[in-house]
Design a protein around this ligand. Structure first.
Ligand code: OOG
Ligand code: MG
Length: 260
């Protein structure tokens, strides 16, 4: 069942079509099943040559939870085929109904696994970067239950990371706190969403420790060089061809992309 559903979701992504929620035919699908399907979906990408680049957290802000009606943080994998260079162009028609959202990314410096304090987790962070995440649900109308969106690798699609990683000590030396940085999403130079890193589980570091706890339940952790997206601070916005999208974060700079 796990492999069959993973192939079903992978084919939907490859063929750029949406499918009904898995939980309609499989009302008893458990969260463990959903994470097993997710892992198998990611393995399909890895078999095609993609490599694991890190992890994303999702549904870590009230704004995001409210937008999709799922009220629990989830995680997914980031793979090399999802990465878009800063300033790069994404072809709109290669995806179903993509949306962009403003995020903060961590660059991890050493192996991390298990339950730990926020200070312990942050000690392993080389730096933080502004990021754009493009999400694209495989489910019709972007409607899903918790188990559906987990199986769908947390709606992951593409991500853009800002050019430079700012060490936390540098932020502090400028009297900025990672827990309260202004975040702006711009489309074609106009501000379309504003928020704060405080919206991300009250502090992005809490997203990191929550991820580590969830990964430990499946015997997994983070590795040197991993990128971790902490989850969007605001609702996501639909993307249209011709747009220029930029995320600016106080003290961290910006990340940008174009839609073709
Ligand atoms: C689920 C993925 C959520 C975030 O940053 O909250 C997410 C979705 O909204 O489709 O990536
Ligand atoms: Mg996201």
């Amino acid at each position: 069942m796990i492999d069959r559903l993973a192939q079903h979701l992978d084919a939907a992504a490859m063929e750029i079509r949406t499918v009904p929620q898995l939980t309609i035919d499989q009302p008893d699908l458990s969260l463990d099943d959903a994470y097993a399907i997710q892992r198998a979906v990611v393995d399909c990408r890895i078999e095609r040559g993609a490599t694991r680049m890190g992890m994303k957290m999702g549904l870590t802000s009230l704004a995001k939870m409210a937008q999709v009606g799922v009220h629990e943080p989830i995680y997914g994998y980031l793979t090399s085929d999802m990465m878009l260079a800063d300033g790069g162009t994404m072809v709109r028609t290669s995806y179903g109904h993509p949306r962009a959202e403003p995020e903060i990314a961590f660059l991890i410096g050493r192996d991390l696994q298990g339950t730990m304090t926020e200070a312990e987790a942050l000690d392993a962070v080389i730096g933080v970067m502004p990021a754009i995440e493009v999400i694209d649900s495989r489910f019709s109308d972007f409607k899903f239950k918790l188990e559906d969106v987990v199986a769908d690798n947390a709606s992951s699609c593409r991500f853009v990371i800002g050019a430079s990683a700012t060490p936390l000590a540098e932020l502090e030396s400028r009297d900025l706190s990672l827990g309260n940085l202004g975040m702006i999403l711009e489309v074609d130079g106009e501000v379309v969403q504003t928020g704060s890193s405080a919206a991300i589980l009250e502090h992005p570091a809490r997203s990191l420790t929550t991820l580590l706890k969830m990964l430990a339940e499946r015997g997994e952790g983070l590795h040197p060089g991993d990128i971790v997206l902490a989850g969007a601070a605001t609702p996501a916005v639909h993307l249209q061809p011709g747009q220029h999208v930029r995320v600016r974060v106080d003290g961290l700079g910006s990340a940008e992309m174009f839609v073709d």
